[in-house]
Design a protein around this ligand. Sequence first.
Ligand code: NDP
Length: 444
Amino acid sequence: MKLLAGVYEKAQKRNPNEPEFLQAVEEVFESLEIVAERYPQYVTDGIFERLTEPERVIMFRVPWIDDKGNYQINRGMRVQYNSAIGPYKGGLRFHPSVNLSIIKFLGFEQTFKNALTGLPIGGGKGGSDFDPKGKSDKEIMKFCQSFMTELYKYIGQDTDVPAGDIGVGGREIGYLFGQYKRIRDEYCGVLTGKGRMWGGSLVRTEATGYGLIYFVNEMLKDKNETLEGKTVIVSGSGNVATYAVEKAQSFGAKVVTMSDSNGYIYDKNGIDLAAVKQIKEVERKRIKEYLNYHPDAVYTEGCKGVWSVPCDIALPCATQNEIDKDSALLLIKNGCKLLAEGANMPSTNEAIQVYKDSGIAYAPGKASNAGGVATSALEMCQNSMRYAWTFEEVDAKLSDIMKNIYKNASQTAKDFDKEGDLVFGANVTAFLKVAEAMYQQGLV
Ligand code: NDP
């Protein structure tokens, strides 16, 4: 980094305890150096610097009472990162690891991802250090109601529209929506990922995973290849992983792994997704229960080992920084030729350098996992029209959006003489869109 080094150093000084946030900024700024040279007005008008500062950070106490009658206190937050091209949009994460650095990095990434979708949505993210694991339905409801009793003041269908993320699925969105409606007496599209009977869009549940595979198809098409017969490894067994596996299998891929935060399963015959859905979505149990359905599969404690399984394609779909340099080297050594991110920032910057050096096809999450938020934007659109599209209509729009993201990112990379570099292509395409909107809107 040369031209942007000063801005990055300032961000480091201002956010000394935010490693994930700084990692995300560094990754994007590495791509933008050449843009800073070509468009000096974005440096002089402080566009880069403004992008390292969220528009607003809201932090609040979430008190609730557990089933035993004990008082519990969690921390809630919402980072309204950037509204240059539309209302803040991005998920809520409930996980004990949640802190400001993680939510800020997610909000920063979301701003660029949302720009890539081509839809009018700004970037935001939120969540809590609440751990939904092992909690009863009643406890989840009480927590969600308390969380929304504070959050409702800051969101709205034209202001900020949260959705799900790690630990926040259909059940949580239901409780959050119910509380918002009760307080505001307003039935509107203030949250996405809603139930299908009450304003949710068809395909939203499947969208991130399906979109990831549509993106992979485009990457393969450029090499005159398809998913048919490819061996695929997937990490995670939540929303993104499940529907990535479903779609990959429908195109003839053989998916051999899935994981959770305790360990991973390897099934040489191909993952039985119906068994995984039963364990994860119905029983809400651990992935090792898979052995009850398929005793010949192998379960290994610890999730890192999943990257040692030989594959043609790797799809990290669990969490940030799950692939470090060593895991990346192992993947390449074992024959991986394509890696597309379902999770947000699952690769460390050192791992990304390994992908680049080895020349494998690599898709950064902000491009390849944008199908979720794109379909959320389609849900907002249907809510505004008080109308619902069919599954096929939404799926076709999702597929077109993913194709366009791929086309635009690859074209930008070509335009800057960096053919095949999707990290560069995605970062620059998204930045130019957000930066131009900020520039035209003056000093805000
Ligand atoms: P879920 O909560 O549905 O699933 C998360 C999965 O990842 C679970 O299997 C979970 O295991 C595992 N996991 C979570 N944290 C860790 C950890 N620290 N170490 C190892 N495994 C972990 O979340 P989603 O599927 O919605 O999200 C997965 C990723 O995709 C996240 O990075 C999210 O930001 C990103 N994403 C999600 C979108 C969406 O539409 N849902 C959209 C775009 C990106 P366990 O059950 O043991 O916790």
